[in-house]
Design a protein around this ligand. Structure first.
Ligand SMILES: Cc1ncc(COP(=O)(O)O)c(C=O)c1O
Length: 271
């Protein structure tokens, strides 16, 4: 589908875009079903929070209405919204009065193998580590070179995702997903105040777990915690939940808590 820039059909952005020069902006990747953007409120909340943290001035009500109009035309697919801080001349200094550009791109629905969700996936052990930067942690900002490097580490189809640690060896997330472990019936997920993207599906699952009375701990975990886990899964807002069945020599079943949350995620992604 034809992309839009600032509400107009367009195939290109200006060369002076700060998104191009510095990765100065934010993005959201949103599943669209029957013309509806799914988990919209959580996506918009993360975007608003990112704008506030990075002092990006954006017309968020306009972003919402434009995004909904675009999604309605898409039908089913994946919508990428890029919010690029306004244009600038040379140099890092940003024009405080510039309003963010809105870029919308629609793609067909993601067609991951059904087996990922049914039988589970094998995680690749990425050597690329995530740097700690609390000012950017949690945000879905446009600087994604760590993920680009990590994703270049494997080409085979045996691994559907990679596991990323931070430079201190803590578990953080997948290359394009968040990570959960289950141990003794308690749902565990890494805290993301130093690095990582605070996923929309992660937020939805944390809320669902609280509503279901599932014991939950958000904290620091290391590879040994992975070895001691009873269940492991990854999630994002496009595919929902994939059980992790293997990481190096470790193996897990797709356990009951993973399956329960997977059903909840499927409902959230089925408008
Ligand atoms: C680095 C990273 N972490 C986590 C996620 C999951 O985020 P969400 O649940 O918002 O899709 C993504 C999604 O693409 C990601 O790129």
């Amino acid at each position: 589908m034809q992309s839009w820039v600032d509400g107009q059909p367009a195939d290109a952005v200006a060369l002076k875009s700060r998104a191009l020069a510095y990765g100065d902006g934010l993005f959201e990747t949103i599943a669209v079903k029957a013309g509806q953007p799914l988990l919209l409120e959580l996506h918009l909340q993360r975007l608003a929070h990112g704008c506030q943290r990075l002092a990006i001035s954006a017309d968020l009500p306009l972003v919402r209405s434009e995004l909904c109009r675009y999604a309605a035309l898409m039908g089913d697919g994946v919508l990428k919204l890029i919010l690029a801080r306004g244009d600038s001349q040379r140099g890092y200094a940003a024009d405080p009065l510039a309003t963010a550009r809105r870029i919308l791109q629609g793609s067909p629905p993601a067609n991951y193998p059904q087996a990922n969700a049914e039988q589970g996936i094998r995680l690749f052990p990425c050597r690329t580590r995530l740097a700690e930067q609390p000012l950017l942690a949690g945000l879905k900002h446009l600087n994604r070179l760590e993920q680009v490097l990590a994703r270049s580490e494997w080409q085979d189809t045996e691994h559907a995702e990679g596991l990323m640690l931070d430079t201190s060896g803590r578990l953080v997330e997948g290359v394009y997903s968040n990570l959960f472990l289950v141990r003794d019936g308690v749902l565990l997920t890494p805290e993301l105040s130093r690095c990582g993207v605070a996923g929309v599906m992660r937020a939805a699952l944390l809320e669902a777990a609280a509503n279901e009375g599932i014991a939950l701990r958000v904290g620091d975990f290391v590879l040994q915690d992975l070895a001691q886990a009873d269940e492991v899964f990854v999630c994002n807002s496009v595919y929902g939940i994939w059980p992790v069945r293997a990481f190096e020599a470790l193996n897990w079943p797709a356990g009951p808590l993973t399956r329960k949350l997977q059903r909840i995620a499927s409902v959230l992604l089925d408008a």
